[in-house]
Design a protein around this ligand. Sequence first.
Ligand code: TXD
Length: 322
Amino acid sequence: MYSDYLNPQESPLAMRKKIALIGGGNIGGILAENAAYRELGDVMMFDVVEGLPQGKTLDMAEGAPLVGSDASLRGTNDYADIAGSDVVIITAGLARKPGMSRDDLLKTNLSIMKQVAEGIRDHAPEAFVIVISNPLDAMVYTFKEVSGFPKNRVVGMAGILDSTRLRSFLAWELGVSVKDVTALVLGGHGDTMVPLVRYCTVAGVPISQLIDAQRIDEIVERTKGAGGEVVALLKTGSAFVSPALSALEMAEAYLLDKKRVFACACLCDGEYGVDGLYVGVPCVMGAGGVERILEVELNDQERKQFDASVEHVRTLVGQIDL
Ligand code: TXD
C-alpha cells in the first residue's frame, strides 16, 4: 500500500516549504517534477483518481538521485495530506478538446472548483493559492468566493503565460534571445486578452522600432490564439508545459519573496476601473502574495480593448451560481 511508503525526507524536521498540487494531470505532473527537482519545496500531489498521484510522484521520487534533489514527492487522494502547505496550485478540472472554447468548461469545472476550494479551505487555510483551471478568470473568482481567502492569497495564472508566449513569438521573429524580450498581456484569459504592444521591448527598445506594424498585428493574433493552436495540434488536451512553468515562476516569487512583476488574474477593487472581478493586470508578487497591483497608463484603444475584455469576464462570472 502506498501509505506504507515512507519517503525518508518526509521528516517533521524538514525545513523545506510545502507545495500542494490539486490535480495530477498533464500540468500537475510538470509542476511536481519541476518544483521537486528545483527543490522549491516538498511536493504533495492530490487527485481524485486512485493511484494516479501516488504513482506519478513515486516515479519522480525514484528519479531524484539523477538530478540530486532531496525534496520529497508524495501523492494522495486525501485532502488531509495537504495540511501545512505554503503554496497550493490548482489544475483540477477538464481541459479543452479541439473546437472547444475555455468558456465551454465552465459548468463542469465550476462544480469541481467548489469541491476543491472547500478541501483547501478546510486543510490548508494559510496557503497562497494559484489557480490554473479554466475558464481561468471564472475559476479563480469561484475559489475566492468559496474559500473566503484574502485577495492577496488567491491569484490566477494566465497573463504571465500569454505574455511569455508573446515574448517567444517576438524573439523568434527578431532572432534574439528570449531573455531580452519583455511583453505584457492584460485582461481576461481568452480571445479578448489585450497584448500591450507599446510595452513590449527588446532590451528596452520598443518593438515598434524593430518590427513593422502589420507583422506585429499578426504576432498579436497568434498570441491570442496560441492556446488553441496547441489544442488543435495535440487533439487530446491543451498546453501543459508552459502553463506549469508560468505557475512555478509565481510560486517561486512567493516562496523566495522575489517581488517579481507579472501579469496575473488579480482581484481588482477599483484598479483599472474594475470592481470585484479577477482580471489580468500587472502585479508585484512576493512573500505577501499579490502585494500590489501596478496601474499602467492605457491609451484610448488599449482602454477600449481592456474594458471589452473585462465585460467578457463579467458576463462569464455572471453565469456562476454559487
Ligand atoms: O493559462 C491557463 N490558466 C490554462 C489553464 C493553460 C492551460 C490549461 N488550462 C487548464 O488547466 C485546463 O483547461 C484545465 O482546466 C486545467 C488542467 O489542465 P491539464 O492539462 O492538467 O488537465 P488534465 O491533464 O485533464 O488534468 C486534470 C486533473 C486530472 O488528473 C483529474 O483527475 C483531476 O484534474 N481532477 C481532480 N482533481 C481534484 N479534484 C477533483 N474534483 C478533480 N476532478 C478532476
